[in-house]
Design a protein around this ligand. Structure first.
Ligand SMILES: [Ca+2]
Ligand SMILES: [Ca+2]
Ligand SMILES: [Ca+2]
Length: 305
């Protein structure tokens, strides 16, 4: 499996664990340099639609083995989750692909009850459901963490589970740029979470052991609440063509879309540019030919299943 290591992470690898009490990475939800994104943040435009290939590891009671609990919006409570178990994994799928847009593209929600009981998972993505690529990650936790011990989020980067329940750990697909011709960052259809066994047998992208609370039982390992999409291929992209303004978007299978426009969104008066269009799991485009260079126009798509 080919991995991508960004410049910042590479520098951290060369430096090794730091001797100070706080690590170099983003802090817990609510702190000034956090990257945590709340479940109700308006940047989330979609959530995982389905799951496949749930491989539950040891030490998970049957009540925590329901993958349906990882679909739809993050609830932020400790019960609506699926436990992966020690070293387990699950793959979530999306009707409209995730795409590499500005900054964060998606976020993963775990169910930690505080800022330090952090159960971690690797994050892998795929654009064909066959070839998966792991996001680069770093762990500077210096020693094993007992069952209910603490992990400092400033020691963790590129792993899901960095934040408490209700706050997603965000990921940027551009970290995987140029990884492989088998990975299309504009068309990510699968996100896989792989539990990190916290006793140090699993390693980060630099080969350091990763520690998280170990051993745990009953709902061992990573507890997945949800995966939220920030940059979706369903969001229209606007460009000029010789005939007018072109809007392109990914139209999910059997979902019905209508493109609308208005010249002043403050009035809330949107007009239909198209009739209802039924998606076929492919790119769709329409052109607004009734535009002039001197006028500002706004567009949106509305859809229903
Ligand atoms: Ca991005
Ligand atoms: Ca757990
Ligand atoms: Ca959930």
């Amino acid at each position: 499996m080919k991995r991508s290591i960004g410049p910042a992470l590479l520098a951290a690898c060369l430096a090794g664990p730091l001797p100070c009490t706080a690590g170099p990475y983003a802090g817990a939800a609510g702190t000034s340099n956090t990257t945590a994104i709340a479940a109700d943040d308006p940047r989330f435009v979609a959530w995982a639609d389905d799951w496949t290939d749930y491989q539950v590891g040891p030490e998970v009671d049957p009540q925590w083995q329901n993958p349906e609990n990882a679909l739809g919006p993050a609830e932020g409570d400790i019960y609506s989750i699926v436990s992966l178990g020690r070293g387990g994994s699950i793959t979530l799928t999306f009707r409209a692909p995730i795409t590499d847009g500005p900054r964060w593209d998606f976020a993963v929600f775990e169910n930690s009850f505080n800022d330090t009981f952090l159960e971690l998972a690797y994050v892998e993505v795929s654009s064909d459901g066959i070839h998966f690529f792991r996001l680069a990650n770093a762990s500077l936790t210096p020693e094993p963490v007992p069952s209910y011990g603490a992990v400092d989020s400033t020691d963790i980067d590129g792993l899901a589970g960095k934040y408490r329940a209700g706050y997603g750990t965000p990921f940027d697909l551009s970290d995987l740029r140029d990884s492989s011709p088998l990975l299309d960052l504009s068309h990510i259809t699968h996100v896989r979470l792989v539990d990190v066994i916290g006793d140090g047998t699993c390693t980060d992208s630099c080969g350091r052991p990763i520690y998280d609370p170990y051993p745990t039982t009953g709902s061992a390992g990573f507890d997945l609440d949800a995966v939220g999409v920030i940059n979706s291929a369903e969001r229209p992209r606007i460009s000029r063509s010789s005939q007018g303004i072109r809007l392109q978007w990914y139209a999910a299978t059997a979902r019905t879309y209508r493109v609308q426009y208005c010249d002043d969104p403050r009035g809330g008066d949107w007009s239909n540019l198209t009739p209802e269009l039924v998606g076929e799991g492919a790119e769709r485009s329409v052109i607004d030919t009734n535009v002039s260079a001197s006028r500002i126009r706004f567009y949106r798509t509305v859809y229903h299943d």
